[in-house]
Ligand binder design. Structure first.
Ligand SMILES: NC(=O)c1ccc[n+]([C@@H]2O[C@H](COP(=O)([O-])OP(=O)(O)OC[C@H]3O[C@@H](n4cnc5c(N)ncnc54)[C@H](O)[C@@H]3O)[C@@H](O)[C@H]2O)c1
Length: 238
């Protein structure tokens, strides 16, 4: 495939190296210094675009791809309150789009385990839950998109939880998410269920960004020549 990378930062560079190792070509890299290349002929020749930028710019970038009929993969977090607008745009233009707060296969396994455990806990009222996410100090959004997904999945499976929060306020129906920013940590997510007698913990720790980049390239291969809005669940068949 001919791939355009949108956002040539830490993830963009990792995606480039994985895509090349899988036999794809990178025909264009768009970053803040060449935004005009969205209008270029070369961009129109992309089979797929892979977007990892910032919470403030993702929506515009994704819209640009869909309006030019380029299938788009986005891993940018912190923008998804505008996801319904993108879903409508994809439908009206007959476009192709896949998004995930976390493209790592391991984290998607964690998503599945988290849901199953939360379903079991629905009837076990002695257990309370808390979430913790740890990332490098350059990360712009908190809590992470992945932690929000985990919390929302627990709320969906376990009736006694109604919302998530990041403050110290107690409340039995609220899931606390603690965000820690330190050093170069790639990404750690921990879900802890505590009762008076024991603790059950499930945790994912990314060792590098390669897992996210590989998942994003798999996602690009998956949506190429498909139409619609997809998530990693469609790709992995969970
Ligand atoms: N879904 C996942 O698996 C996953 C994994 C890691 C990171 N992320 C998310 O991906 C995003 C990027 O992370 P990163 O570590 O690569 O950040 P980064 O800061 O290293 O890179 C972002 C790049 O986007 C560029 N950029 C900013 N505005 C732009 C615009 N309008 N058009 C094109 N490029 C633009 C910046 O100049 C920079 O080069 C963040 O939201 C992060 O949370 C997601």
């Amino acid at each position: 495939m001919n791939i355009t990378i949108i956002g040539y930062g830490r993830m963009g560079k990792e995606v480039e190296s994985i895509a090349i190792s899988r036999g794809h070509g990178i025909i264009l890299r768009i970053d803040t210094d060449n935004i005009d290349d969205f209008d270029s002929e070369l961009f129109g020749k992309s089979d797929v675009a892979i977007e990892f930028t910032t919470p403030d710019t993702a929506f515009e970038n994704i819209s640009m791809c869909i309006n030019r009929s380029i299938p788009v993969v986005t891993g940018t977090t912190g923008w998804t309150e505008r996801l319904p607008i993108i879903e409508d745009l994809v439908e009206s233009k007959g476009g192709s789009f896949i998004h995930s707060s976390n493209f790592s296969i391991g984290v998607n396994i964690l998503f599945d385990l988290n849901k199953r455990l939360a379903g079991i806990m629905n009837h076990l009222h002695d257990y309370d839950v808390k979430l913790e996410e740890i990332h490098h100090i350059m990360k712009k959004d908190a809590p992470s998109g992945t932690a929000i997904n985990l919390a929302e999945d627990i709320i969906g499976e376990c009736n006694r939880f109604k919302s998530w929060h990041t403050d110290e306020l107690q409340g039995k129906d609220r899931i606390g998410i603690k965000s820690v920013r330190e050093g170069q940590v790639t990404g750690t997510h921990r879900i802890e269920w505590n009762s008076d007698v024991d603790t059950i913990t499930i945790e994912h720790k990314a060792h590098s960004r390669q897992g996210f980049a590989l998942g994003a390239v798999f996602a690009a291969e998956f949506i190429y020549k498909k139409k619609g809005v997809f998530t990693m669940k469609d790709l992995l068949g969970f």
